[in-house]
Design a protein around this ligand. Structure first.
Ligand code: ZN
Length: 377
């Protein structure tokens, strides 16, 4: 495995680091071309302050030469760490910042690493809120392993480590998936293989996700907890893709969202409208006969939500919080939710990040959406 050294905002492949992932420990061996005794050793261990257990976390380590150690191009603020880390580094003043989602207090250490010696650093991270103690769980209901761009291909072990490094109790991984021959069963197996007692990874879909004749968005939903087979023995992944029309897919008339909601419910799942009020101006078109426009009103608006609310509600919740950079989406989503509450609808509010693991621009880095443990089971 190659780790990159980032310097002053630009990426430079300064050293070829070799790493070995084994026994929950990440080792980074000395840089090629350096004499071993000119480097300084670091052994880092990160513990949960209340349980005393080694815990996965995110580490931003800046070396004495100003370089930020990274490991995966999908996460460039540092590296995901299983909780133990050993490396040979340039000697001198080294800064280490250890984080673990929003509910753990971040810790910073300034280390003076000496050449030819190994320094040991132990960090204990403490929770900030009583939420976990009181039975709440924290998960992300809406992330994508591949979201079209596929600039960076990630594997399931990295997704599992990322979720645990952010202290998520569960994470739902939506399409597309980095896997040959996708089936509900193969996804279930891949997710189970990287799940741990404290963090469950499972697959879901951003479906229904519908456009009218390839143009106007009529709403996106994530689902959760679907079984692997429909009542009539079919694959729910194929069924939902068949019912929904993607952007620019003008030849296909989409099935109304409430029918997808009904299918999801029929196999034990729930469905939530996500980013119901996301809108922007920008480039659009240039595909499938749609002329390219440089500055057009665009949206992911949940245009079928009013109907689905009045006749049902046919869905189970509304996302009122996405990533913090989406301020307007979050504000409008909250306003929508309060308006519906004032009309007597008592649907839960949820949150999700819509993070894309295949794109450097929006890596999964923050947990979103706490729900009571009783509701999560
Ligand atoms: Zn999405």
């Amino acid at each position: 495995m190659t780790a990159e050294i980032i310097k002053s905002g630009t990426t430079q492949r300064v050293f070829l680091w070799q790493s070995l992932l084994a026994l929950n420990t990440l080792y980074l061996y000395p840089a090629i071309g350096e004499a071993p005794d000119s480097s300084a050793g670091l052994s880092l261990k990160v513990y949960d302050a209340s349980t005393g257990q080694i815990i996965p976390c995110s580490v931003a380590l800046r070396t004495s030469t100003g370089e930020l150690l990274t490991q995966n191009p999908g996460y460039t603020d540092g590296f995901r760490c299983p909780g133990e880390f050993q490396a040979a580094l340039p000697p001198g003043t080294t800064m280490v910042v250890v984080t673990r989602g929003f509910d753990y207090q971040a810790e910073t250490r300034k280390l003076d690493l000496a050449a030819g010696k190994t320094s040991e650093c132990e960090v204990r991270l403490a929770r900030v809120s009583p939420l976990s103690r009181e039975g709440w769980v924290c998960g992300d209901n809406h992330v994508h392993m591949k979201h079209g761009e596929a600039k960076i291909l990630q594997d399931f072990p990295f997704l599992g480590l990322s979720a645990r490094a952010e202290a998520l109790d569960y994470m739902s991984v939506a399409q597309a998936w980095n896997m040959d021959a996708v089936t509900p069963e193969s996804l279930t197996r891949a997710c189970a293989a990287v799940s741990t007692p404290d963090c469950m990874l499972h697959w879901n879909m951003e479906q229904p996700k519908n456009y009218w004749r390839g143009d106007a968005c009529v709403g996106h939903c994530w689902n959760l907890g679907m079984g692997n087979v429909t009542a009539d023995g079919k694959d729910p992944i194929g069924e939902l893709f068949a019912m929904n029309a993607a952007i620019y897919e003008k030849e296909k008339e989409p099935t109304p969202n409430f029918e997808s909601h009904a299918l999801i419910h029929s196999i034990g799942g729930i469905a939530a409208y996500t980013h119901p009020c996301r809108l922007w101006r920008g480039a659009w078109g240039g595909h499938n006969g749609f002329p390219f426009e440089t500055d057009r009103f665009e949206s992911n608006m949940a245009q079928e939500l009013p109907f689905d609310t009045v006749v049902g509600p046919t869905y189970d919740s509304i996302d009122i919080m996405m990533q913090t950079k989406e301020r307007l989406v979050n504000q409008l989503g909250e306003q929508l939710w309060f308006m519906l509450l004032n009309q007597g609808y008592r649907m839960p509010a949820t949150a999700s990040t819509d993070a894309t693991f295949d794109n450097r621009a929006a890596p999964c880095r923050a947990p979103c959406g706490s729900i009571p443990r009783s509701k999560a089971s």
